[in-house]
Design a protein around this ligand. Structure first.
Ligand SMILES: Cc1cc2nc3c(=O)[nH]c(=O)nc-3n(C[C@H](O)[C@H](O)[C@H](O)COP(=O)(O)OP(=O)(O)OC[C@H]3O[C@@H](n4cnc5c(N)ncnc54)[C@H](O)[C@@H]3O)c2cc1C
Length: 449
């Protein structure tokens, strides 16, 4: 690319100073990385550059993390007051496009690495021009309906800009400047979504350990299932074979497009944590392995928001009912049918609960792996046990955090066996060994056609 892009691989603390010496750089400029690894990497590069100044200019956020604080200087933990302060703080206009850039020429570059392991995943076109196109189309054709359509995964209602934002193909300030003159509720909703992105970066900036640990340390006492049954449930979730159509559609969209609609991210995350009783970190890791927009701050804090270990105060009332969510946000089943071909011919009325269809569940599609009503009870019980521990001042006990499965010892525990029900008559698979009970899902016995 005539020096406009030079690729070199290796340890940045060695490669960047070598290149700087090679081209006689008088300073090295980057967009500040406020993530956990990025901060450490940039500090190492800065040290290795010695006398050559390392200049961090701006960040990938509308407002750089660390700038919006409470009046006493402490960080926000709750979104709404952060969002108010974020709007009051405001953001600078995007940097003007330079007339020309004198690129170095003749600098050795490596070839782009071979991409492997995508297995037919359909990725969006890469680069700044593709990002601008996607934004122009959304701004012209869809933003007016955004408030209404952003929650319906069967329609093309959101911007699909997350990967472009993640990789710096477009900057949030460019988007915010472009909608400055729109004072519709829809445009405001879009601003709020960009604010969520800044908020999670802010939280991670102040609490880098929250990438791996519950932000709310008291929630370390929460117990999750482990072992072969838990692994089997995780595999069913990861492959989109839970028997809950909207969950399966979401997980298959992840494998097919490396992307999942936001509403469905919440549904599948809730299902993993509250119906399957598995650790949110397992799901977050799987998302990071597969998402094209995978971003530590938005992903891990999105998971923690759902798991009730993060930035929100009322976790245990938030349990998504996958059937009800499907009916509400995908009423005609368009999203489910797009991703779950086994359900293509199921009438809309039954597409979110095919076990109720007069002809039964179509061949090849699994019966529900658990009974949501029963798992809801178990999930609430576990949250209540944590609350009881917290009120007795034992919530953040590291010992409790390490206990592998079952419920906390101090409170009357639901036997872990109750956490997993296998519906009667699930003929296509034999239940995993051990604790699976042959009770049917409350919605009714599964049948096959
Ligand atoms: C469990 C879970 C995991 C998530 N993981 C990621 C992730 O790895 N990377 C990521 O970019 N987003 C993540 N999100 C947030 C959100 O789902 C995506 O940003 C959104 O679906 C991207 O689609 P879009 O660009 O069409 O969004 P739009 O609705 O068009 O929103 C515009 C932009 O606002 C930002 N945004 C929107 N919603 C959120 C949100 N809830 N949190 C943070 N930023 C938001 C994104 O940058 C998005 O591109 C996650 C949410 C959940 C619940």
């Amino acid at each position: 690319m005539d020096g406009a892009l030079v690729l070199r691989s290796g340890d940045p603390a060695r490669v960047v100073p070598d290149l700087a010496r090679e081209v006689g750089a008088v300073s090295v400029h980057v967009s500040a990385d406020t993530g956990v690894h990025g901060r450490q990497r940039d500090a190492a590069v800065e040290r290795a550059l010695g006398d050559v100044p390392f200049v961090r200019t701006g960040s990938p956020y509308a407002v750089t993390p660390g700038r919006v604080t409470k009046s006493d200087g402490t960080p926000f933990r709750v979104f709404s007051p952060f969002a108010r302060a974020w709007r009051e703080h405001g953001w600078r206009a995007p940097a003007p496009r330079p007339e020309s850039v004198p690129w170095s020429t003749g600098v050795r570059s490596e070839d782009p690495p071979e991409v492997s392991g995508l297995d037919g995943v359909r990725l969006p076109p890469a680069g700044e021009a593709a990002a601008s196109d996607a934004w122009r189309r959304f701004r012209a054709e869809r933003i007016d309906d955004y408030k209404r359509t952003r929650n319906t995964p069967g329609t093309d209602g959101t911007s699909r800009l997350s990967a472009y934002l993640k990789y710096g193909c477009v900057h949030p300030r460019t988007l915010l400047a472009d909608i400055e003159d729109l004072d519709s509720e829809a445009a405001d909703r879009f601003r709020t979504e960009l604010c969520w992105r800044d908020f999670y970066a802010e939280v991670l900036w102040h609490r880098p350990e929250s990438a791996r640990e519950p932000l709310d340390g008291r929630m370390r006492a929460m117990t999750y299932d482990t072992g072969p049954d838990a692994d089997a449930r995780f595999a069913a979730w990861a492959q989109g074979r839970t028997g809950y159509p909207v969950v399966d559609a979401g997980m298959r969209q992840l494998l097919g497009e490396a992307y999942v609609h936001n509403r469905v991210r919440m549904i599948v995350a809730s299902f993993l944590v509250k119906d399957l009783h598995l650790d949110w970190r397992r799901g977050a890791r799987y998302f990071m392995q597969h998402l094209v927009d995978g971003d530590l701050a938005s992903n891990n804090h999105g998971w923690q928001w759902v798991a009730g270990t993060g930035t929100d105060a009322s976790p245990h009332y938030r349990v998504f009912n996958p059937t009800r969510q499907g009916k509400e946000f995908d009423p005609d089943g368009d999203y489910v049918r797009r991703w779950v071909p086994e359900l293509r011919d199921v009438p809309a009325r039954y597409v979110h609960e095919p076990w109720l269809a007069p002809d039964g569940v179509p061949d090849g599609y699994p019966l529900p792996v658990v009974d949501h009503a029963e798992e809801l009870r178990v999930a609430l019980e576990r949250y209540e046990q944590v609350r009881a521990l917290i009120s007795r001042g034992r919530g953040s006990s590291p010992a409790a955090a390490r206990r592998p499965t079952a419920a906390p010892a101090a409170a009357p525990a639901a036997p872990p066996a109750a956490a997993c029900r296998w519906p009667r008559g699930a003929p296509s698979r034999s239940p995993p060994a051990g604790r699976w009970s042959p009770r049917p899902p409350r919605a009714g016995p599964g049948r096959r056609r």
